[in-house]
Design a protein around this ligand. Sequence first.
Ligand code: NAP
Length: 483
Amino acid sequence: MELNNKSLFKEKCFVNGQWEDGQNNNRIEVNNPATMEIIGKVPNFTADETKSVIEYADNAFQSWKNTTAKERSIILKKWSDLIVDNVDDLAKIMTVEQGKPLAEAKGEILMGASYIEFYAEEAKRVYGDIIPDPRPGKRIVIIKQPVGVVGAITPWNFPNSMITRKCAAALAVGCTTVVKPASQTPFSALAVAELAKLAGFPDGVFNIITGSAKEIGMELTKNPKIKKISFTGSTEVGKILMEQSASTVKKMSMELGGHAPFIVFEDADIDEAVEGALQSKFRNSGQTCICTNRLFVHENVYDVFLEKFTNGVKKIKVGNGLDEGIVSGPLIDKSSLEKVIDHVQDAVNIGAKIAVGGDVHPLGGNFYQPTVLSNVSTKAKITFEETFGPVAPVYKFSNDEEVIKMANDTPYGLASYFYSRDIGKIWRVAEALEYGIVSINNGLPTIPEVPFGGVKESGMGREGSRYGLDDYLIIKYISMGGI
Ligand code: NAP
C-alpha cells in the first residue's frame, strides 16, 4: 500500500499513548476482500491485557473529566483537521481492508471528521437546569457529568465513522474510551489513533485494542470500571452484550441491524425515487445498516419504476475499489457472499423474477452482481432477514394502509424511506412508520447534525446531534435547603 504518511499504517494496539504488540504471538491476519491478499497482522489482546487498558483509561478519566469543554474542544478540532489533512491515505487504507470504492471511502473519512468537528463545538453547550422548588428556602439545580470509561465496539462496514461518531461525543463531555474495532478492518481504526496522538489527547484518554471479540467483549461488559457500552453491529451480538452488561448495570447505546423499507407512492417523482433507491440500496455494496432492504412500489407506477430502476442498476460498475470509476466493491467475506446467494436463490425458488444480476460476479472472489428481483413473495427470507448485499427485492402494493403494515412488519426499526409529494400523506406515513429514521424524498439521510438510531430490535440511544451527548452523560440533581 503506497501511503504519503507511512506512520498511519500501524500493526500495534494504541494503549495509554503507546503502541503495544501484546503478549500473544498468535496475531490476527487482515485481508483485502477484493484480492484476498493478506495486508497485515494486528495483536490479539487477552482479557488480562484488556483489564490493564481499562485501568489506564480509568486513571486518565480522573483528570480528563476535570478539563474544560474548551480545552477538550481544541484537541478534538485538531484531531478532525488531521483526519481531513490525511484523507487520501486514510481512504486508501479503508478501501484496501474494507473494499468500498475510494470515493466512498473518502466520503466516509470526511463524515467521520465532521462528527468530531461537530462535537468539538457541541461540547461547550452541555447545559444544566434550574427547577423552581415548590418548598420555601430550597433550591434545585441539575448538572450533567461524564459517565466514566466507555467501552466501544464497532463494525467493519464503517471502519472510521462508527468510531468517531461514538468517541467524539464521549471525549467531548469528558469520558475516556477503550475501542475494539472489527477484526476485518482494524487498520482504519489504528490510523485514526495515530492522529489522535498527534492531536494531543493525554495518555489513556483514547485507546484502541484488537483481538478476540468474545474475550475483549466479556472484559469490557463485566468490568465495573467500564460505565458505558456503546456498540454498533448486529442485533444478535447486541443482545449478548446487553445480557453480559446486566451484572454491572451499565449505561448502553445499541446501534443494531436494520431492514429498511423504501416506499414509492403513486404521486412520487419517479426519477427522484429511482435515484434515491440506487443511493440507499447500493452504497457500500448494500452493506449498511440503513440500506434499503425492501422496495414497495404502488401498482400504478410499478412497471415504470421497475424499468428505470433496473436500467440504473445495470450501469453500476463493479470491481476493486482502488480502480477508477468503480461504484460497487466486493462483499466483506465469503460468508456474506453465501448469505446473498442464499437469499436470492430462496426468493427465486418461490417465484421471484430476476430483472438484472442474480448471480455471483464474473470477477469471482467476494463479488456479487447488483441485483433487482421483482414479483418477490412476502414469504421469502429476503422479506424478513437483513441481506447486507447488493440485492433489491421489489414488491407491489395497492393502498397506504397495506404498505404501512408491510413496512412495519419486522422486528427492526432503524431507517425507512418514502417518496411522495402529498403533504397530508407525508405526515400520516411519517408518523405511522415504526422507525427511528424516516427519510422522505431523500436517499441519504445521515449527517452529524441528526440523532441517528433505531427503535425495536434496531437498538437504543442516539448518535450524532446534541442528543448524542446524552448517551455519555449522567444527570445529577442537587437539592439545597437552608436558604
Ligand atoms: P457483528 O458481527 O455484530 O460485529 C460487530 C462488532 O462486534 C465487531 O467488532 C465484532 O468483532 C464484535 N463482536 C462480535 N461478536 C462479539 C461478542 N460476542 N462480544 C463482543 N463483541 C463481539 O456485526 P458486523 O457483521 O460487523 O456488522 C454488521 C451489522 O452491524 C449489521 O447488522 C448492521 O446492520 C449493523 N450496523 C448497525 C449500524 C447502526 O448504526 N445501527 C451501523 C453499522 C452497522 P470481530 O470483528 O472481532 O468479530
